[in-house]
Ligand binder design. Structure first.
Ligand code: GLA
Ligand code: ZN
Length: 596
């Protein structure tokens, strides 16, 4: 088991290293991560590579038997590079070029950037491929985080048009699929197809979804090329990972695709960040960990575990004594096997003066130091437990095409995919059950219960897999808008909503209503839930229960005869349908019915 810290020796006077390493050793550290932002230190001028600083650092760490994870430094390019090649910079949706300063301002489709990145990475790996102390390479840093997953530059436009011509082959096909006849948008040539920059009203939904798919392809392509380069050069004893940032469902790239070629996934676990007055709810911290475990369906590392308050311009909640230690235990309970804390010492200069580490700016070993030390002491004795596989009978299904479809057209101002997923995850989390969070395309036959929040894009293949899952005794819980769209982000035609879900759910949805922030509709329990009163927000599907049993209906003058929550016996299984944003304690009772 590796337990350690993120360490930036380049931030400090050179004579502090020995004292730092001694302090780490005393805390129980056996690994540090270095280098992920140090490109200039290793290539001060173009083509002049110098690894002597890190040679010295690694020798000192080795003398204390501390291993190393080394980050490739492509998240922060040197000023000399962007001065010579400003074309590497990404552009926002106003076509405003990002500028030097900050980080990750490069375009994933820049061939120039790929060329320079390959050079520094090749030199770095060549230099350290036989270094026994370096056991792992971290590729870049938090791909796509802080808005860096989106670029609208000319490079991206040209590659997007190529991406579309390869996908649709002829222009008539894309016109047909997109329905460009609408608003006279028919293309004569792929070179006429726009990137969805800011426009008056909104873009074509099929174009938007293809744009999101292209952005995902661009980022993942950049990452895969670097992983392939490192894999071809590294030592046999060295593994490859990357550190995934939080906010997965707000990102424009498919995370499962991103980590496919890695030896293991690493995660940056920040239960609280920036100006939040309190941490994320414990269920959401848990869901994030389950999502990370689900990416490769196996245990993972945490390479940035929060210990101090964090923020760039605004800080927030101070983790209480032993709260960060509790979050560390929670992470191990959800599949973490190795952990590094962010970071040894908070920096006094630069953009992260307020990202506090284990040691504060007074450089004393205080409460946080002792908290990490005690955790390392305790957790180290239980390695075999934490290497064991986590087995779940429940899975939450998500799909990035579906998430992006909602991001472009939320249909209700109050819609937030993460919130709708947590509406289903939390009640089952509260029952202390293991839950996997996995892509809908994955084989889910091993599970007993599927929780499927707001999955509007369900194609025939997925529909039939879900059908047979229920038929063979599985329980499915759908929520609103299930199945209404196809893979081109278009509404299904001549199909009664919820389309491919209709038969298995035993319902028909005659009308729908988007509810806006502050708008709530009462729902009343029927049958086993008679007398219970609940609330419905964000959305309501007005359901006709054809074969299904009504569990809750709307308490509404006009739609009082429409169901809100139903359950249908389908084959040997059951299919629940929750037709709106229902308060969690109502879903909690349904969860208890299902699980116990
Ligand atoms: C992220 C980054 C780190 C650092 C921390 C600060 O996780 O990976 O480089 O910026 O946030 O909290
Ligand atoms: Zn670009």
């Amino acid at each position: 088991m590796y337990l350690g810290v993120d360490y930036y020796p380049e931030h400090w006077e050179i004579d502090m290293i020995d004292e730092d390493i001694k302090g780490m050793k005393n805390m129980g550290v056996n690994i540090v991560r270095i280098g992920e932002f140090a490109w200039h230190l290793m290539e001060k001028k173009e083509g002049e590579f110098d690894f002597s600083f890190f040679d010295m650092v690694i020798e000192k760490l080795k003398s204390q038997d501390i291993q190393v994870m080394f980050g490739t430094p492509t998240a922060t390019f040197p000023a000399w590079l962007v001065k010579k090649h400003p074309s590497i910079l990404s552009k926002d949706e106003n076509l405003q070029s990002r500028v030097f300063g900050g980080r990750r301002q490069y375009c994933y489709n820049s061939e120039v950037y790929k060329e320079y990145s390959s050079k520094i990475v090749t030199k770095l790996i060549h230099h350290y491929r036989d270094e026994k102390a370096i056991i792992s390479w971290q590729i870049d840093n938090e791909f796509g985080h802080e808005g860096s997953d989106m670029c609208f530059c000319e490079n991206c436009q040209e590659k997007f048009q190529m991406f579309l011509s390869e996908k649709y082959k002829d222009i008539e096909e894309i016109n047909k699929v997109y329905g460009t006849i609408f608003w006279g948008q028919t293309y004569n040539d792929f070179s006429e197809i726009p990137t969805p920059l800011k426009t008056i009203t909104t873009h074509n939904p099929s174009l938007q979804l293809d744009w999101a798919r292209f952005k995902s392809h661009s980022l993942n392509n950049f990452s895969k090329e670097q992983i392939k380069l490192v894999r071809g050069l590294k030592g046999g004893h060295q593994t490859i990972t990357t550190n995934v940032a939080g906010g997965f469902f707000n990102k424009w790239f498919d995370h499962e695709e991103n980590v496919k070629d890695l030896d293991f996934v690493s995660y940056d676990n920040y239960p609280v960040w920036g100006g939040l007055k309190e941490p994320l709810p414990r269920a959401e911290i848990a869901m994030n960990l389950d999502f990370i475990r689900g990416l490769q369906d196996k245990n993972f590392w945490i390479v940035e575990q929060l210990m101090g308050a964090q923020g760039h311009t605004v800080i927030g909640y101070l983790p209480r004594p032993n709260q960060a230690k509790m979050w560390s235990y929670q992470a191990f309970a959800h599949g973490c096997t190795n952990m590094l804390y962010f970071r040894w010492r908070g920096m006094t200069r630069g953009a992260e003066q307020f990202c506090f580490g284990i040691l504060d700016h007074d450089n004393r070993c205080g409460r946080k130091y002792n908290e990490v030390k005690s955790f390392i002491d305790e957790i180290s004795d239980n390695e075999e437990v934490f290497d064991s596989e986590i087995k779940s009978e429940i899975a939450v299904l998500y799909d990035y095409d579906n998430i992006w479809s909602w991001k472009f057209q939320p249909q209700s101002i109050g819609f937030d995919f993460n919130k709708e997923l947590m509406r289903l995850y939390t009640p089952f989390y509260n029952l202390n059950t293991n839950i996997d969070v996995i892509p809908a395309a994955r084989d889910f036959t091993k599970y007993k219960i599927l929780l499927i929040p707001a999955l509007q894009i369900i194609d025939r293949e997925l529909g039939s897999r879900l059908e047979s899952f229920a038929d063979q005794g599985g329980v499915i819980v759908f929520t609103f808008r299930a199945g209404i769209k196809d893979k081109s982000n278009n509404i299904n035609f001549k199909e009664i909503i919820p389309c491919s879900v209709r038969t298995m759910a035993g319902i028909e949805i005659s009308e729908i209503e988007s509810l806006q922030p502050g708008q709530e509709v009462d729902i009343v329990g029927q049958g086993p839930f008679k007398g219970r009163i609940g609330k419905c927000e964000v959305w309501r599907d007005l359901i006709l229960a054809t074969d299904a049993k009504t569990l809750y209906k709307y308490n509404d003058k006009i739609y009082g005869n429409k169901a809100c929550i139903t359950v249908n016996k389908d084959g040997d299984g059951e299919v629940y349908y929750i037709g709106g944003g229902i308060n969690i304690d109502i879903i909690q009772e349904i969860a208890e019915d299902i699980v116990v």
